[in-house]
Design a protein around this ligand. Structure first.
Ligand code: GSF
Length: 202
């Protein structure tokens, strides 16, 4: 199978970490979805990365669908619990972490527009979601070692990817300040090989 992604995309990083944790071999196509000839646009009508192209040509998107497919594709290192409430708890964490990312991406795109076209209220609204999401994640994590249940799951991956991307794109935000629980969890996650090997890059 082939993953179309970029080295900067946090959603593609979530998938790359899941592939590494599940020890699944794949080909990686580094793509810039914003370029006119983007590979993603040929297989995903939404023109976004990540896309996972299966050996029979089926193109899977988005990252949430891909990670569910991958977790079920191999029994090794289960990242989603089988039991409904437990699985939904993990997916809710993922929705929260991905939501922080989506808001952060929107604010960043707004700031890349010509100065006269930028909307300060829009940027503030999106950054408000980032801050509210960080506060919720920090408080829900509390002093627990893992986001959901008794071990490492997709919830931890999604949260770690979100925090790593904020460091990458918003270094001045210094999210660790005021979020000691997240800072502690992030330090531990950042030591895992799957995280080290996929640090976001331009
Ligand atoms: C989000 C993917 C996305 O925004 C997912 O896979 O979970 N809900 C989707 N991808 C961005 C790159 S990035 O910010 O990770 C993308 O491909 N944007 C190109 C575009 O045309 O919006």
């Amino acid at each position: 199978m082939k993953l179309i992604g970029s080295l900067a995309s946090p959603f593609a990083r979530k998938v790359r970490i899941v592939l590494a944790e599940k020890k699944i071999d794949y080909e990686f196509e580094n793509d810039n979805p914003w370029k006119p000839q983007a590979a993603a646009a040929r297989v995903n009508p939404l023109g976004k990365v990540p896309v996972l192209v299966l050996d029979d040509g089926t193109a899977l998107f988005d990252s949430r669908v891909i990670v569910e497919f991958l977790d079920n594709a191999s029994p090794l290192g289960r990242l989603l619990p089988a039991e409904n409430r437990e699985r939904i708890e993990v997916r809710r964490w993922e929705a929260l972490a991905d939501g922080v990312l989506e808001a952060g991406v929107l604010a960043r795109l707004e700031n890349q527009r010509e100065a006269k076209l930028r909307s300060a209220p829009w940027t503030e609204r999106q950054l408000g979601k980032v801050h509210a999401g960080l506060a919720a994640m920090d408080s829900e994590l509390g002093d627990k070692p893992w986001c959901a249940g008794n071990g490492y799951t997709l919830a931890d991956i999604a949260v770690g990817v979100c925090l790593g991307w904020l460091d990458f794109r918003y270094p001045k935000m210094d999210w660790k300040k005021g979020h000691a629980n997240l800072a502690r969890a992030f330090a531990k996650l950042s030591e895992r090989a799957s995280f080290v090997d996929t640090v976001p890059q331009e």
